[in-house]
Design a protein around this ligand. Structure first.
Ligand code: NI
Length: 177
């Protein structure tokens, strides 16, 4: 078990397309997931993608019952998602505030598909197939973007809605970032 350093925006690896995982049940995946969980929980994050700890593979984790960094967000089930595929449902786009452990201290207003279906497998090779909306849909899109080398500021349409968390939201508890 280990808390690993989180790469920050500017690292070239965060801009790469991550590789498909040929064997989701491989021992290295199980070991990586332990480090990803330890790292995400130590940073009080809502999700983490493998590239954020320097591993360019298509693996993300997300989920929480309650998160101090997103105090108003509804619970999202703890999920391991390997080789994900996203299918947007409908044309509705919603703007919402996001942060990222690779962009510490910042928040931005990001447009995302309001509703989508996602598919993939977990670390036991079991298939995952869910239709979600709201914050759950937002979190999945944010994490899967990491696998395609996209950080949330690259999705923003209005950079006047990008700033420091403690300035934008002085009443919210500061996150670990
Ligand atoms: Ni992120």
């Amino acid at each position: 078990m280990a808390v690993r350093p989180i790469l920050r925006m500017g690292e070239a690896l965060l801009l790469q397309r991550a590789a498909e995982v040929s064997d989701p049940c491989a021992p290295w995946v199980r070991e990586l997931l332990i480090d990803m969980h330890d790292t995400m929980h130590a940073a009080n994050g809502a999700g983490l993608a493998a590239p954020q700890i320097g591993v360019s593979s298509r693996i993300v984790i997300f989920g929480f019952t309650r998160n101090d960094r997103y105090p108003d967000a509804p619970a999202v089930p703890p999920t391991v998602l390997i080789n994900p595929e996203l299918i947007p449902l409908g044309d509705q786009i919603e703007e919402g505030w996001e942060g990222c452990l690779s962009v510490p201290g910042m928040r931005g207003l990001v447009p995302r598909h309001a509703s989508l279906r996602y598919r993939g497998v977990d670390e036991y090779g079991r298939s995952i197939d869910r239709t979600v909306d709201g914050f759950h849909a937002r979190v999945v899109q944010h994490e899967v973007d990491h696998l395609d080398g996209v950080l949330y500021p690259m999705r923003m349409r209005d950079l006047s809605k990008f700033g420091f968390q403690d300035v934008l939201f002085p009443d919210q508890p500061a996150g670990e970032d």
